[in-house]
Design a protein around this ligand. Structure first.
Ligand code: HEC
Length: 111
């Protein structure tokens, strides 16, 4: 039995970075998906095709927004910071779920 415990402990240890990596991959997919985040319509994002330039390029995000809650708030409803913004309130309008927004934030923090 101790051997099984050991294997389980190793498996659990390996699983968490893998999960984090998959959230980043999911977030990138959601951000690039034209029917979901559709962020490329307005933002240049590394790795994305045919970006628009209505919004600023999304880069160095972690140094600009060290607090991930700020990013969640921007994606959830940027009209709170800027009532005139072109950016759709993805959370308020239920274009993206909280979980989807969280995955996109994980991805943005790698930029
Ligand atoms: C219709 C255009 C549009 C779309 C689509 C859009 N944005 Fe934006 N975004 C903007 C504009 C314009 C700004 C500039 C700030 C403002 O208007 O308040 C901005 C600002 C941002 C910022 C702050 C950037 C900075 O450097 O301060 C982030 C982060 C961001 N957007 C993320 C996203 C993500 C993630 C998506 C996709 C889920 C997205 N945006 C989709 C237009 C858009």
């Amino acid at each position: 039995m101790p051997v099984l415990f050991l294997l389980l402990a190793i498996a659990a240890g390996l699983a968490s970075p893998a999960r984090a990596q998959s959230a980043v991959t999911d977030g990138q997919k959601l951000a690039f998906d034209r029917g979901k985040g559709n962020c490329l319509t307005c933002h240049v994002i590394k790795g994305g095709d045919l970006p628009g330039t209505i919004g600023p390029e999304l880069k160095d995000i972690k140094s600009k927004y060290p607090d991930r809650n700020e990013l969640v708030a921007i994606i959830f409803d940027e009209t709170k910071r800027n009532p005139q913004t072109m950016m759709p309130p993805f959370g308020r309008n239920r274009i993206l779920t909280e979980q989807e927004i969280s995955a996109i934030v994980d991805f943005l923090q790698t930029l």
